[in-house]
Design a protein around this ligand. Structure first.
Ligand code: PDD
Length: 292
């Protein structure tokens, strides 16, 4: 199959690979009308989806949580997504896959009695991970915001309006990410999980209904355990942020990134911290090993 140039990407829609610009979804699709669907974002390096199994397992968990039977088995999801990566020419890509409760003939809150789910996937170019590592040397700016989202943030739902507004608020304030606070404690970022380094220990809020079980979060914990970096899942009070030696965000498209400025105040000495540097090296080595 010929590789597609980045400006003419191939998408997947309900069983067909087709040029993205030709993909059409009904305005009655429940994803459009009700945000009644779930999604995944999966990074691919050198044409290989990274932690694909974990992403597919989480997709199926999200589908279960919204009572939508998975339209594909794990093997079918794997083939479908690998097929999309190949048709887009391999290399570094960010895959997006969305499943909604389909497009019945009427707008009705009630679940449709039957009818297929809508499955849509697309690929976007992902920058070279090594250049991202260098960019990250400068660190990012963040601000704290009240977590105004619902109580099922563990579902990777396409209902992202609160996240979009929070990210916009952060951007308006010259920040790259919003760190969300609920009942005096950190939940996660508007588009990422949060880690804090305090007295040499890496902390991240425990999983629960207010947090997405991030695939990158999981890998960071796994790497910390492997390299004997003290790591603990524990509630993080908002007040702990001001005393943190380091703060990181983590997500599939950004890996682990250091926050150097929080609410206008430097985090630690205002530069990416030593533990982040160590983790970034382990992370890059882990990724490199899979990319061979
Ligand atoms: N979002 N928490 C939220 C609210 C997120 O949106 C994301 C990632 C994460 C990190 O999860 P992971 O490590 O599995 O990517 C945590 C993706 C990248 C997005 O919506 O584009």
């Amino acid at each position: 199959m010929a590789a597609q140039p980045a400006n003419n990407p191939v998408a997947y829609l309900n069983g067909l690979y087709l040029p993205l610009e030709e993909a059409r979804i009904s305005p009655l699709d429940r994803g459009f009308l009700f945000a009644d669907g779930v999604y995944e974002v999966i990074p691919c390096y050198n044409g290989r989806p990274f932690r694909l199994k974990q992403h597919i397992e989480r997709l199926i968990r999200s589908l279960d949580a919204i009572l939508l039977p998975s339209p594909h088995t794990e093997t079918e999801w794997t083939d479908l997504l690998n097929g999309l990566v190949q048709r887009n020419g391999g290399g570094h890509q960010s895959l997006y896959v969305q499943v909604t409760r389909g497009a019945p003939t009427l707008r009705d809150h009630r679940f449709p009695d039957h009818g297929p789910a809508t499955v849509f996937a697309l690929s976007q170019t992902l920058e070279d991970p090594e250049s991202r590592l260098l960019d990250a040397e400068t660190g990012i700016r963040a601000m704290t915001c009240a977590d105004t989202r619902w109580s099922h943030c563990d579902i990777k739902s396409v209902a992202l309006l609160a996240n979009v507004l929070l990210r916009h608020e952060a951007r308006q304030a010259g920040c790259d990410e919003a760190i969300l606070i609920r009942d005096g404690h950190v939940t996660e970022g508007a588009t990422s999980n949060i880690f804090v380094v305090q007295k040499g220990e890496l902390l991240t809020p425990p999983l629960g209904p207010h947090i997405l079980d991030g695939i990158t979060r999981d890998l960071v914990i796994e790497l910390a355990q492997q390299y004997e970096i003290p790591v603990r899942e524990a509630p993080i009070a908002e007040t702990q942020l001001a005393q943190a030696d380091e703060i990181w965000i983590s997500s599939s498209t950004r890996g682990a990134r250091p926050v150097v400025l929080l609410d206008g105040q430097p985090v630690g000495d205002g530069r990416p911290g030593a533990l982040w540097r160590t983790m970034a090296e382990h992370y890059a080595a882990f990724r490199q090993a899979l990319m061979q």
